[in-house]
Design a protein around this ligand. Structure first.
Ligand code: NAD
Ligand code: ZN
Length: 357
């Protein structure tokens, strides 16, 4: 038996206003004549946060268009334009939700690895460390700030660049940055964390490491979405730490049924990760009875709309595409249903589930 020896984020700063320390944090990482590139979620264009980015010398802010989740083509275009313009850069700093943080990780890696990011979708295919990279979340829930992957949609699949070179060198956890997130978005991304916890805690890969983080993350999600009747600064603090702990929990286990099914939706229909997981979770009583019951309660209590009927009118071929993408996520199914998962989750059963969504 051999145990996973996984790479973690090197430096973590947590606190309200921690963003103000960014200039100081980056100073020792700057190389002569190579700028820092700040990849900032396009939501912040023209907003006060963009003014607070500590630009020096030839540094640039690039506003990341995250209307769609990150694509390999988008990563390649960004990395190639930076290489053409600057040769190399001192670092890539991602400021935004999971999409922007994933873009920053992938662009950093592609600054030092040849070819297209699509060549590295999979496990441990990245051969060279990227340039210095830092992640600064403005939404809490994905755990992208701590994970060893960056999820990209490529020409043939939606799959991460999973590697020891993928985690950030630094993360800045400043809950103030999540303050103005819209209620629905905050819920969908928050539920990504809740669902990570349920999938990890109910999974066959669970060990005490995952369990300890998963239980803490779940408790924090319950504090903000079940116990409280209002949202305050403490809720932002708690959800940010839930995301961190939830990410740590799946780092040593895996996600499960909701993610495996939601990946199919996202590949075919472009459904976004957070909302896609919620659409699926609504129908997973059979696999996660207690989690789904509580999930439904949170949806109602927080007055959130979960879309229904998104698979109505799809063709057999389209259902097959989703089923192929989903069943391709073998570790997720194995974690959820055990070694014999293929006998449990047949194509027919999965088709029935997709038809309900
Ligand atoms: P997101 O990054 O896709 O952003 C969703 C929307 O919220 C965007 O319109 C964005 O502009 C906006 N936004 C971001 N911060 C805001 C703020 N403070 N106020 C107002 N609006 C804001 O959303 P997400 O749920 O954080 O991330 C989803 C992405 O994360 C997907 O691409 C998914 O594949 C990825 N993901 C990655 C991992 C990983 O381990 N790498 C894990 C889970 C999900
Ligand atoms: Zn997720």
């Amino acid at each position: 038996m051999s145990f996973r020896n996984f790479k973690m984020v090197d430096y973590v700063v947590f606190g309200r206003g921690a963003f103000n320390q960014l200039d100081e944090i980056l100073a020792p990482r700057r190389k002569a004549d190579a700028p820092m590139i700040f990849l900032v979620d396009h939501f912040f264009q023209g907003k006060p946060l963009a003014e607070r980015v500590p630009l020096r010398g030839k540094d640039e802010i690039i506003f990341a268009d995250v209307t769609y989740e990150p694509k390999t083509t988008q990563v390649d275009a960004l990395a190639n334009s930076l290489k053409e313009k600057f040769g190399t850069v001192s670092g890539v700093i991602g400021i935004g939700g999971g999409s922007t943080m994933d873009l920053a990780k992938a662009v950093s890696l592609m600054m030092n690895n040849p070819g297209s990011s699509a060549d590295y979708q999979g496990w441990d295919l990245v051969k060279q460390p990227g340039v210095y990279k830092a992640g600064i979340p403005t939404l809490s829930g994905t755990g992208a700030e701590v994970s060893r992957t960056t999820v990209l949609t490529g020409p043939t699949r939606k799959l991460g660049m999973n590697s020891d070179f993928t985690p950030f060198d630094q993360i800045v956890l400043d809950p103030e940055l999540t303050k103005d997130a819209p209620v629905n978005q905050r819920f969908y991304t928050g539920m990504d964390c809740y669902i990570h916890c349920i999938e990890s805690l109910e999974g066959t890969y669970l060990n005490e490491f995952s369990k300890s983080y998963g239980e803490k993350a779940l408790q924090l999600c319950q504090k903000v979405f079940v116990d409280k009747d209002y949202w305050d600064d403490e809720s932002d603090d708690q959800l940010m730490m839930a995301s961190y702990a939830g990410g740590m929990s799946i780092a040593y286990s895996q996600v499960g049924v909701a993610h495996a099914v939601s990946y199919g939706l996202s590949y075919l229909l472009g459904t976004k990760h957070g909302i896609g997981n919620c659409i699926v979770m609504n129908y997973l009583e059979e696999y996660y009875p207690a989690g789904v019951k509580e999930f439904k309660y949170m949806v109602e209590k927080n007055k959130i709309e979960i879309p229904e009927g998104i698979c109505k009118g799809l063709t057999d071929e389209q259902f097959d595409t989703m089923i192929n993408v989903s069943l391709g996520m073998k570790p997720l199914w194995e974690n959820a249903l055990g070694k014999d998962w293929e006998k449990i989750m047949t194509r027919e059963k999965l088709r029935k589930l997709y038809e309900k969504l």
